[in-house]
Design a protein around this ligand. Structure first.
Ligand code: PLP
Ligand code: ZN
Length: 409
């Protein structure tokens, strides 16, 4: 596929593959795909390949054999019990926990690590709140590349840290938050120590477009009214917008679903900008939330995400940690879906927007649940208590279950 890397702000083409921002205006970079060879084709022409990232290879800026762990192809669950509980016509959950390393990050990494090989890089690296590092470590292992990950100390969920260590990355923690870790990794990348695969690398969101492609594909192009994303660095919701625009440009879809973003109250710079009707956001110092995957004060793709929301007639909202935990339990106990806290923010946001009358109860909604519950076992244990310990007799167990706390929401 032919493409050019451009500055998203000023449109200038950027040829140096190792830049992470526009040399003229410091704007964010984006990949501009030339889709002319796809004119006159239809979605049906792609369906001989299995559902997954590489079904949509024609939309991805890759020229070589991809480094793949068979990412994507995740379920789109029809959640009738959740819809009843929330009081809305239809809710579906796109469950990204079903990816190889348990989050949607794998969609971007298969493209990003393939790009690293095309460029002849030997070491890849990232700053991460956890899932990016887990994913990069796995794809680097598959590709035979060295991997360095820089994490904010003490704030990474145990499952994610375990994955990065397990897949053999060099794991470094720094005192500071994600935004500090990103600054350090950018500096290392500029000095040539590593090839940076954070989502400011424009090849990552290209892979993440496939999340939205799959949703439309799984619905046979019967568009939902709205797709709701949890928002951290904001690349994923931006990628969805880019995906929708590409299919619209080919005439595969006419309209766009309303893209809606949810942030955690303690780290909600984009929600504040949206509430002012502004294209610009003010970074939040010292972001806080239990949803560590979206604990980001200075979203790298923030301006792009605001465009995505405004242009599709969507909206943004912030939710509290309590609302996030309640939504996480609701997903688990009404639908059997195990989502980590950040993922549940999409559902918490839907509930809030319904209650506030900002989303109509007649809508058909897709919530993107971005990562797996096992990523953050500590968050679960803090909510669900301990098992009941007793002797190994039927009588003792019968007594325990009659006296123990009644499982409830
Ligand atoms: C990375 C991540 C997010 C945030 O995605 P952005 O593209 O940074 O907005 C949300 N949830 C989970 C589980 C993640 O890993
Ligand atoms: Zn520029």
């Amino acid at each position: 596929m032919r493409y050019a890397v451009r500055c998203w702000e000023c449109g200038r083409e950027v040829e140096d593959p190792f830049l992470d921002a526009c040399p003229a205006c410091q704007g964010a970079l984006t990949v501009d795909m030339d889709l002319s060879s796809l004119e006159g084709t239809s979605l049906r022409d792609l369906r001989s390949r299995p559902l997954g990232v590489w079904r949509y290879g024609h939309f991805l800026p890759v020229q070589s054999e991809p480094v793949t762990l068979q990412e994507g192809g995740t379920p789109l669950y029809d959640c009738g019990r959740l819809a009843d509980e929330l009081g809305v016509r239809e809710v579906r959950v796109k469950f990204e926990g079903a990816n190889p390393t348990g989050s949607f990050k794998d969609r971007g990494m298969t493209v990003g690590v393939t790009r690293a090989l095309e460029l002849g890089c030997r070491v890849v690296g990232c700053a991460s709140t956890g899932n990016t590092s887990a994913s990069l470590a796995a794809y680097a292992a598959k590709a035979g590349l060295g991997c360095v990950v820089v994490l904010p100390s003490g704030k990474v969920a145990l499952g994610k840290l375990a994955q990065a260590m397990f897949f053999g990355a060099k794991v470094v923690t720094v005192d500071g938050n994600f935004d500090d870790a990103l600054r350090v990794v950018r500096e290392l990348a500029h000095a040539g120590d590593l090839y940076m695969l954070n989502s400011v690398n424009p090849f990552r969101p290209e892979g993440q477009k496939t999340l939205a492609f799959e949703v439309l594909d799984q619905l046979d192009l019967r568009l939902p009214d709205r797709i709701i994303y949890p928002v951290g660095n904001a690349a994923n919701i931006w990628a969805a917008y880019k995906a929708l625009k590409e299919w619209q440009s080919l005439g595969w879809i006419d309209e766009l679903p309303m893209l809606t973003g949810v942030q955690a109250g303690g780290s909600a710079p984009l929600v504040m900008a949206f509430n002012r009707g502004s294209d610009n956001f003010v970074p939040v110092e010292g972001p806080e939330t239990i949803a560590t995957a979206i604990r980001i004060g200075n979203p790298a793709s923030g301006r792009k995400a605001l465009r995505a929301v405004y242009d599709t007639g969507g909206c943004m909202t912030a939710v509290s940690d309590r609302e996030i935990i309640d939504a996480q339990l609701l997903l688990g106990r009404r639908e059997g879906i195990g989502a980590e806290p950040a993922s549940a923010a999409a559902v918490a946001g839907l509930r809030r927007l319904l209650d506030e009358g900002k989303v109509s109860r007649r809508e058909r909604v897709v919530c993107v649940c971005t990562g797996h519950v096992l990523k953050d076992p500590d968050a679960v244990m803090a909510q669900c208590g301990r098992p009941i310990a007793t002797e190994a007799t039927a009588e003792a167990v019968r007594k325990a279950i009659s006296q123990g706390p009644v499982p409830s929401l």
